[in-house]
Design a protein around this ligand. Structure first.
Ligand SMILES: *Cc1c(COP(=O)(O)O)cnc(C)c1O
Length: 492
């Protein structure tokens, strides 16, 4: 009965809508009405379940307005990545270079010569925009670009080995990112998997014994998201190439990340370059566009012209093709490599190569900025630590960095991280013991101010926050996404 009375205290929808003055009232009325209904429904639930007293009209209207803002803003939006994981699949992998962004904009704004040969005026190939760049950069005879690397592997297997056998080492039957499993992609391509060797040791003779009239391909997969340590024996790229030559079977290598620059110059790796794989005699190499290459999502196939011709003529290519936006961004990214500027202009490489001294200086400056704005609401310390490459590249590489450790005085680190993630723009951090860690490695200079402001707002505006949560329980019910803290080691 008490609850009945409380229910009657909730305003009718039209009254609540009327109370929502301000810019939100200018939004579409149906959105406002829907938001008001939702807020009232949430409160009906709370009253019936817990007998909680509903707030007054003004805070209810605030909750409705917050909800309208939520509904009207884009669902896919930029976030600040302070996790230090350079290639975070869940956060969209590679940030693009300025050159790629302006190419995207130029091509997207109007029409373009996507499939027109400007010399003859006749139909051209969309792949022509990047093929020469890719062959020039890698030394390959031919190149092709599809939707992503999984598609590249699928197309290569479907073209070269459908209905026949593909030999793979058991140590390379990997799963990447929970959805790309070599045995499953192989099955989808129509090829039959012939496993050889054991998890930790595979010898050339294992392949040799398995090669027969049904063998279409020798497949090597870069075990990009894990390493088998201890007693191991892997058949090297050159050994596989020798076997392929001896038995006239092509060798396909799925490199995963696709690095074009020698990482060892920067003390990183070893991570095979595309050029090295081709130089060793591998016939077809596939890799991603948005991992260490630093471009848009794409699957790149390079190798022998004879073998790629079949892929170019495969009807499956039509289903895996890339659009003009991807081609624009990819071409611009590749041109940075051709100009020899990629290491300075591609955010992925720049973040990979930035010196620990520079990171320490940036962390120290950010600490001062935070302290000046937080007025004692939070302890801020510096701590040396590591960043991760992510994206299935260099899984064991620990990149030295300087982390900021934030320990708020008024809330737990977990709650703090969750609130940061709910800001606009959302901020993703790492959690460690009782602190929230920020890694300057993955922050751009322009993101520092919004980051500082998000931290300040979360710590300085708890009261407003409480009303907002009580008035719209729908928000507080969201379970925090685990990725705000978890390193994506197997997420590629
Ligand atoms: C990441 C990866 C893939 C999948 O690439 P996508 O571009 O995400 O489709 C395939 N193989 C290897 C070895 C990888 O590391």
């Amino acid at each position: 009965m008490e609850r009945e009375k409380l229910l009657r205290r909730l305003p009718p929808v039209h009254e609540l809508v009327k109370a929502c003055s301000g810019e939100e009232k200018d939004g579409p009325l149906h959105v406002l009405t829907e938001a008001a209904r939702e807020v009232l429904n949430d409160w009906r639930g709370l009253i019936l379940e817990k007998g909680e007293a509903p707030p007054a009209l003004a805070p209810l209207a605030e909750a409705v307005k917050t909800r309208v803002r939520e509904k009207l803003r884009p669902h896919l939006r930029p976030v600040i990545n302070a996790t230090g994981v350079i290639l975070h699949t869940n956060l969209g992998r590679a940030p693009l270079s300025a050159a790629a962004l302006s190419a995207l904009e130029r091509v997207a704004r109007g029409y373009c010569n996507l499939e027109i040969d400007l010399n003859t005026g006749e139909r051209g190939s969309r792949y022509s925009h990047v093929e020469n760049l890719l062959t020039a950069l890698t030394g390959a005879e031919a190149a092709l670009v599809v939707n992503n690397n999984a598609a590249a592997v699928l197309l290569a297997l479907h073209t070269l080995a459908r209905g026949r056998e593909v030999i793979v080492s058991r140590g390379e039957l990997i799963e990447i990112g929970g959805s790309f499993r070599i045995p499953e992609v192989l099955a989808q391509s129509g090829a039959r998997l012939q496993e050889v060797g054991t998890t930790n040791k595979t010898y050339p003779r294992d392949y040799e014994r398995a090669i027969g009239p049904e063998t279409a391909l020798l497949l090597k997969v870069h075990t990009s998201n894990y390493r088998i340590l201890g007693f191991t024996r892997e058949v090297t790229r050159s050994e596989l190439v020798s076997l392929g030559r001896k038995y006239q079977v092509p060798v396909l290598e799925d490199l995963g990340s696709g690095v074009l620059v020698d990482l060892q110059r920067y003390g990183l790796g070893p991570e095979p370059t595309v050029q090295a794989s081709l130089e060793a005699g591998v016939d077809v190499v596939t890799f991603s566009g948005d991992k260490l290459l630093g471009g848009p999502q794409a699957g790149i196939i390079v190798g022998r012209a004879r073998l790629l011709q079949g892929m170019k003529e495969n009807p499956l290519l039509r289903a895996l093709r890339v659009d003009k936006l991807i081609l624009a961004a990819l071409e611009a990214t590749l041109r940075e490599y051709l100009k020899g500027e990629a290491e300075h202009t591609l955010p992925v490489l720049e973040r990979l190569f930035v010196s620990p001294d520079r990171l320490a200086a940036r962390a120290a400056a950010l600490k001062e900025r935070l302290l000046a704005r937080l007025e004692g609401a939070c302890e801020v310390d510096l701590q040396s630590g590591f960043s991760q490459v992510g994206g299935g590249a260099l899984p064991l590489t620990q990149l030295s960095t300087t982390l900021l450790v934030l320990r708020p005085k008024t809330m737990s680190a977990t709650a703090f991280a969750a609130e940061l993630r709910r800001r606009d723009p959302p901020v993703f951090t790492r959690l460690q013991d009782a602190g929230v860690l920020l890694d300057p490695r993955t922050l751009s200079e322009e993101e520092e101010e919004p980051l500082v402001e998000a931290v300040r707002a979360v710590l300085r505006e708890p009261a407003q926050k409480a009303v907002f949560d009580r008035a719209s329980p729908g928000f507080s019910r969201q379970t925090p996404m685990p990725l705000s803290v978890a390193p994506p080691d197997d997420e590629n």
